[in-house]
Design a protein around this ligand. Structure first.
Ligand code: PMT
Length: 222
């Protein structure tokens, strides 16, 4: 992104899954590898920005030049994001945050018992929604991982969460979504413009997202 210049600007990026504990040996999570978010963080460093990467548990190395904050649960991610939000210029929410967590975290390992076992879940905080509520002049970019009606659901997310752009990916398409080195995304902007991108490396997708983020920030500051 030689043209995209974010020097003097702070970009906060979330990446990876969250982990919601059941007991000391078990947890609920998802398939996010962190690759998409880490690629954005790496490219963001190249734009000259101050980059804060808030990451759930992944097995990737943090790109050089980023300030890495490791978190585990959705609740921890929420607090870390809120703390970094106030003086951020751009926030990119790539993380696959759990929507539900076990209602009770058992202090000891739950022992096997005869018969069926139910797990009671409660909602986690919707971080993107909370950010949207508090937004001043930050640019807020969310992701949407869908398996059907991708553009339609992404458009609803954009409005409901007061975001400036949603990066929608159909996680069922080959070469897109979780774990791969590539992705297929559509960038859906608030002004009704949407940009459908072909299969690209996550690095190339990152460059496109940052280009659009720079356009949005420029419009905001005008
Ligand atoms: O990590 P990789 O293996 O490279 O995979 C990349 C990816 C598929 C994880 C990524 O491209 C992606 O789609 N990330 C968003 C996944 C997701 O949780 O989507 P969602 O539609 O459930 O959430 C929508 C948005 O709300 C996301 O920006 C999410 O960060 C945010 N959210 C969701 C739940 C919650 N409690 N708080 C949130 O802020």
């Amino acid at each position: 992104t030689s043209e995209t210049n974010f020097s003097g600007k702070k970009i906060v990026i979330t990446a990876g899954p969250t982990r919601e504990k059941i007991d000391p040996v078990r947890y609920i999570t998802n398939h996010s590898s962190g690759k998409m978010g880490y690629a954005i963080a790496e490219e963001a460093v190249r734009t000259g920005a101050e980059v804060v990467l808030i990451s759930g548990p992944v097995s990737l190395q943090a790109p050089k030049g980023v300030r890495l904050i490791n978190v585990e649960s959705a609740e921890e991610m929420y607090h870390a994001v809120m703390k970094e939000y106030t003086n951020a210029h751009v926030v990119i929410k790539t993380a696959a945050v759990a929507d539900y967590r076990p209602k009770i975290i058992h202090e000891h390992k739950v022992k096997k018992q005869p018969g069926e076992q139910a797990l009671e879940l409660e909602r986690t905080k919707d971080i993107l929604y909370e950010l949207g509520k508090e937004k001043k002049d930050q640019i807020l970019i969310g992701f949407a991982a869908e398996t059907e009606h991708v553009a339609e659901y992404a458009q609803i997310k954009l409005m409901k969460k007061n975001a400036d752009m949603i990066v929608a990916n159909n996680v069922k398409s080959d070469g897109a979504g979780f774990g791969t080195d590539t992705n297929i995304v559509t960038l859906i902007k608030r002004n009704g413009v949407s940009i459908e991108l072909p299969l690209m490396s996550k690095k190339e997708v990152a460059v496109k997202i940052l280009e659009e983020a720079a356009n949005l920030l420029r419009d905001e500051l005008q």
